[in-house]
Ligand binder design. Structure first.
Ligand code: 5RP
Ligand code: MG
Length: 213
């Protein structure tokens, strides 16, 4: 079992605050994400800036693409993204078209996906999935628990590299001890902290404490 990556999600509503946030913590994290909120506000300019700041890091464009996969993926690749997300309700054709343009596609699991559908993504060559607690579910009072751990383990057993995200706090990570999580994706847990550098360091240290170097 490897050490999970730490990914920062930049869901800022403007580019200057996103760049200020990532300038402080970018070197601590493994992967940098142009978040859906940021991409909807400023488009692929956000990806271009992140690529310029971090030439060597994996950059994810969290487009949650539902259609026109090839075009969207081609655009974010040209801007500098390595990976791009597709929403789980997108067709296999959309995912395959997107997968031709970027290094990897990640399927964002929201709503009523099934393991049967997940098997089809694997058969289409898509091996990354992102297991979410949505902001709105968390606001409605949901918390991380057994049902989430069961789903994450099942997806890993099927052969997916599974990233976990949604309102993560440092204390949440220990729930996943013993599970081969690929990446923990954190937005507000770092960007909304009083001291983002300290918060990113605490996330990183907790991952190392649980999964080792
Ligand atoms: C929501 C996302 C977010 O980028 C991701 O869940 C991280 O956000 P936070 O840690 O702030 O909940 O893709 O759809
Ligand atoms: Mg995101």
């Amino acid at each position: 079992m490897g050490r999970p990556n730490l990914q920062i999600a930049l869901d800022n509503s403007d580019l200057p605050t996103a760049l200020a946030a990532v300038s402080a913590v970018g070197e601590i994290v493994d992967i940098v994400e142009a978040g859906t909120v940021l991409i909807l506000q400023v488009g692929d300019e956000s990806v271009k800036c992140l690529r310029a700041l971090f030439p060597e890091k994996i950059i994810v464009a969290d487009t949650k693409c539902a259609d026109a996969g090839g075009t969207v993926a081609g655009n974010v690749r040209k801007a500098g993204a390595n990976w791009m997300t597709c929403i789980c309700s997108a067709t296999i054709a959309t995912m395959k078209a997107a997968a031709k343009e970027v290094e990897q596609i990640q399927v964002e699991l929201y709503g009523d996906w099934t393991y049967e559908l997940a098997q089809k993504w694997l058969e289409a060559g898509i091996t990354q999935a992102i297991y979410h607690q949505s902001r709105d579910a968390l606001l409605a009072g949901e918390t991380w628990g057994e049902k989430d751990l069961t789903a994450v383990k099942e997806l890993i057993k099927m052969g997916f590299k599974v990233s976990v995200t949604g309102g993560l706090e440092v204390e949440t990570l220990k729930l996943f001890e013993g599970i081969d999580v690929y990446t923990f994706i954190t937005g507000r847990g770092i960007t909304g902290a009083d001291n983002p550098v300290q918060a990113a360091t605490e996330f990183k240290n907790e991952i190392i404490r649980i999964w080792g170097e």
